[in-house]
Design a protein around this ligand. Structure first.
Ligand code: PMP
Length: 418
């Protein structure tokens, strides 16, 4: 036994978590002659084998169109599709499956809210409040809407360390603030926003709150009812699921009051050549044949994540984040951009005198995958006066070897460029 029981427990926990790496077949390969160290999960995570299996099973045995058929395969496909919705509802603790709308992902979910909820409600002079660190998906739809309606886009300040104290947001509330559109976790900096303070204040001020949860759902337990927002958006591909599928969760009363998003099959109740009426929730927002196998994959992904345990994921990723941060800080010539306390699994950094793209290319020669550039968050890069950063992002399938591989490859970058 270790002399230090706390350390022994930590070691045991780390060994336990290490087993999940084997569930990710894409991680078992060499890239450019080196074992792959995949540190780009914030852009898109790898797929768990149970997710791949669920999608393959569906495609191999159960595929047919949903909702419309009486035959067996159509019923099986419908059960799988609606079963996935139930899994998602349980995962985020939605009050009902009527609140879980399948979309293409976070981007489409936010656009849906901007156009169908906010569009009819905003007039000239109203305000939409965002923060300076939002992903383009939570900036551009609001800019487009403001252009159309004459509403104003107001931007809450981000501190030099990348943090966003609640005050920075709540102090921007005015009697014209109609919408607060805000990330739970920043993809570019890893900042975790204090939504538990911000949302109650926004609700007290009668502001509708739209949360971009793309980087929260993969890393921490999300309970949409406890959070108290009005809308919450996320993507399956960042949480060990497939691309092309995501979720808009919304309060039933709000979704009910909204006009449909697109017209077509499945979203109707009746159609005559003169007039159509709309289906019930959530189908009102799911026009056309949906991404059935994507939903099956998403359902399998949330079941898998729940099996691992979101609290375990959070704890393990924080352990790795501390190791990664310490190792990068020890480099001397590396500057971390975004050092807010309590960050989630993302480290954005710069190496003195080396362009991030060069860094990304050289580390890839060593099998290390990091993202470089503006991370679809140009305004926050401008805020920090950098063209972009290199970003290492973690998932629970990473380990200390991945971090060591990154640090070792930085030595080569240094040799080549300095
Ligand atoms: N918001 C955040 C915080 C993100 O990280 C991303 C993906 N990088 C998005 C929105 C957009 O997600 P998607 O491309 O899956 O629609």
């Amino acid at each position: 036994m270790s002399a230090n029981p706390k350390q022994a427990r930590e070691d045991h926990f780390e060994r336990d978590m290490a087993q999940y790496r084997a569930d990710f077949p894409a991680l078992v390969q060499e890239v450019n002659g080196h074992p792959l160290a995949f540190l780009d999960s914030a852009a898109s995570s790898q797929r768990a084998q149970p997710v791949i299996d669920a999608v393959t099973h569906y495609e191999t045995h159960d595929h047919a169109n949903v909702h419309r058929g009486v035959h067996t395969l159509s019923q099986r496909a419908t059960e799988s599709y609606e079963g996935a919705r139930e899994s998602v509802q349980r995962f985020i603790n939605g009050a009902s499956t009527r609140e879980v709308v399948f979309t293409r992902g976070t981007t489409e979910s936010i656009n849906l809210v901007a156009q169908c909820f906010a569009g009819p409600r905003l007039s000239a002079g109203d305000e939409v409040l965002i923060t300076h660190l939002e992903h383009h998906a939570n900036i551009v739809p609001w800019q487009m809407l403001c252009e159309r309606t004459g509403a104003k886009l107001i931007v809450a300040h981000v501190e030099d360390d990348g943090s966003v104290p609640a005050e920075n947001v709540t102090s921007r509330f005015t009697d014209r603030t109609r919408i607060l559109a805000i990330s739970a976790v920043s993809n570019a900096l890893g900042t975790v926003l204090p939504l538990d303070e911000i949302i109650p204040a926004a609700k007290a001020a009668d502001i509708t709150v739209v949360v971009d949860g793309a980087q929260a759902v993969p890393h921490q337990q999300v309970d949409v009812q406890a959070l108290g927002a009005d809308f919450f958006a996320f993507s399956a591909h960042k949480m060990v699921g497939p691309t092309g599928i995501g979720v808009l969760w919304g309060r039933e009363t709000l979704l009910d009051a909204m006009p449909p998003w697109q017209g077509g099959g499945d979203m109707i109740e009746t159609v005559t050549l003169e007039k159509s009426t709309w289906n019930t929730l959530p189908y009102k927002f799911e026009a056309g044949t949906p991404n059935i196998s994507g939903a099956v994959g998403l359902g399998a992904a949330v079941e898998y994540l729940q099996g691992v345990g979101m609290d375990n994921i959070s704890r393990y990723e924080h352990l790795l984040l501390n190791v990664l941060t310490e190792q990068l800080e020890a480099q001397g010539d590396v500057r971390i951009v975004g050092t807010a306390p309590g960050k989630a699994a993302v480290v954005s950094f710069l190496m003195d005198g080396v362009h991030p793209h060069d860094l990304g290319t050289i580390v890839d020669h060593h099998g290390v995958a990091v993202r470089t550039g503006h991370h679809c968050a140009m305004p926050i890069m401008q805020r920090f006066d950098v063209p972009g950063t290199a970003r290492a992002s973690l998932a629970f399938y990473n380990n200390r070897d991945d971090i060591d591989a990154l640090v070792a490859s930085l030595a080569t970058v240094r040799k080549l460029f300095k």
